[in-house]
Design a protein around this ligand. Structure first.
Ligand SMILES: Cc1ncc(C[n+]2csc(CCOP(=O)(O)OP(=O)(O)O)c2C)c(N)n1
Length: 410
């Protein structure tokens, strides 16, 4: 390129659009077992090379290999499988409920189940997650009440949030699940503040911050990393790189020729890039990061490489912007299939048991939805009364809100 050629901007594009075939070589995968496990007190600079590789435990044959392969309790792996199957069944049923006009909106986490569930199982009760709308697996892994969660999605008379929130924007303090906000990335800096508060109080609890690849482009992401590094806050900074932010490819959020894990290194935060469809890798790395946080060694940033296998939401049609077979061709496969292969290999699981468990959850979820619907669904009269609209804006209702409530006759 000659120095006198005219300037132009580079606009990143995915390698394929509908009807074409994605070239996934941009992912730069490491073989299972190939990436080192550093000591807990590793420095950010020492993780620079790791942030460009990919921690993986499960190989193509379902064996657990390498330095991150831990002695994981059989029961924990079975719990993870159950939570993943239950989450997938929950999502599938609520997508249909949206099509049946029982709710206005839904967001599934298809293909990303291992990440939220693996990390939840690695943390303790009392730790606090600051999730996005795509970590319902946290609630399901923690055994949150399914019927009540569905009542929130249906905005019905039993909705714990009284119909004030868009479906799926749950809030469960008792399950360590911070109130979801529609404004991307706000929770990231809030998680760091919560972790700082835990340290100020001399507590032992840690926070988990969650964000998507697209949302890392928000200013709050950078503020969160700075604060987390400066005060060595006990927080896990999760970046779920599912390659897409609605119709925009991760390259346009800043992922081209670099990784989201590499961002953390620049802020002085030890950072890893991990196979997000490998439950064993998710669990091992989450435990490592949690142990760092609990040992006052500060934050860890983890980029989880995965693929958003479903539409962004029930309002989205991915066939307009990406190849239809992308999820099937994604080289890290499906997290449930990969764990299944491993569990079968360990003699803990079988095809029959898998199918039975899957069908069992389908039935349980259908029953739960029926029960939730007895409290109302979209379009029914059973819903929170209009007076609820004025409560909880402030701790005590000010005069002008009282007047407005009166004007409504509520
Ligand atoms: C501040 C803000 N800007 C834009 C939006 C609209 N919006 C909702 S989800 C989304 C994409 C987020 O993508 P990503 O962070 O990659 O997460 P994913 O949905 O893939 O899990 C956008 C742009 C929003 N909710 N908030």
């Amino acid at each position: 390129m000659s120095a006198s050629s005219s300037l132009h901007l580079h606009v990143p594009e995915p390698s394929a659009r509908p009807g074409q075939t994605t070239d996934f070589s941009y992912l730069k995968l490491s073989p299972a077992g190939a990436v080192a496990k550093p000591p807990l007190d590793v420095t950010a600079a020492q993780t620079a090379a790791l942030a460009d590789q990919l921690v993986r435990v499960l190989d193509d044959d379902g064996n657990a290999v390498g330095p991150w392969a831990e002695d994981i309790d059989d029961q924990l792996l079975l719990d993870a499988m159950h939570a993943m199957l239950k989450t997938r069944a929950y999502d599938a049923r609520l997508v249909i409920a949206q099509r049946q006009k029982k709710t206005s909106f839904y967001i599934q986490c298809l293909g990303e189940e291992a990440i939220a569930i693996g990390q939840t199982l690695a943390l303790r009760d009392g730790d606090m997650h600051f999730p996005t709308y795509r970590q319902q697996g946290i609630l399901i892994a923690k055994g949150a009440p399914l019927v009540e969660m569905m009542c929130q999605v249906l905005s019905n008379a039993a909705d714990p949030l009284k119909g004030r929130q868009l479906p799926i924007m749950y809030s469960y303090k008792e399950h360590g699940f911070f109130t979801i906000s529609g404004n991307l990335t706000t929770q990231y800096i809030q998680a760091v503040g919560w972790a700082m508060a835990s340290a100020i109080k001399g507590d032992t609890k840690i926070a988990a911050a969650w964000v998507g690849d697209g949302a890392t482009a928000e200013g709050d992401f950078h503020a969160a990393l700075t604060f987390a590094h400066v005060y060595r806050a006990p927080v896990i900074l999760n970046v779920v790189n599912n390659q897409w932010a609605i119709s925009t490819f991760q390259a346009i959020a800043g992922g081209e020729n670099t990784t989201f894990a590499a961002r953390g290194v620049g802020y002085g935060i030890p950072s890893l890039r991990v196979d997000g469809n490998d439950l064993l890798a998710v669990y091992a790395v989450s435990r490592w990061a949690a142990e760092r946080a609990r040992s006052n060694l500060g934050p860890t940033l983890v980029e989880w490489v995965t693929y958003r296998a479903g539409p962004h939401s029930t309002s989205d049609d991915p066939s307009k912007y990406r190849p239809a077979d992308d999820a099937q061709r994604f080289p890290l496969g499906d997290p449930i299939e990969r764990l299944k292969q491993h569990l079968v290999k360990r003699g803990l699981w079988s095809e029959e048991r898998h199918e039975q468990t899957r069908a069992g959850y389908d039935a349980e979820i259908s029953r739960a939805l029926k029960e939730a619907e007895t409290h109302g669904a979209l379009g029914s009269e059973l819903r929170p009364g209009p007076a609820e609209m004025f409560n909880d804006v402030y701790k005590d209702m000010p005069e002008h809100l009282r007047r407005q409530r009166q004007q409504l006759g509520a």
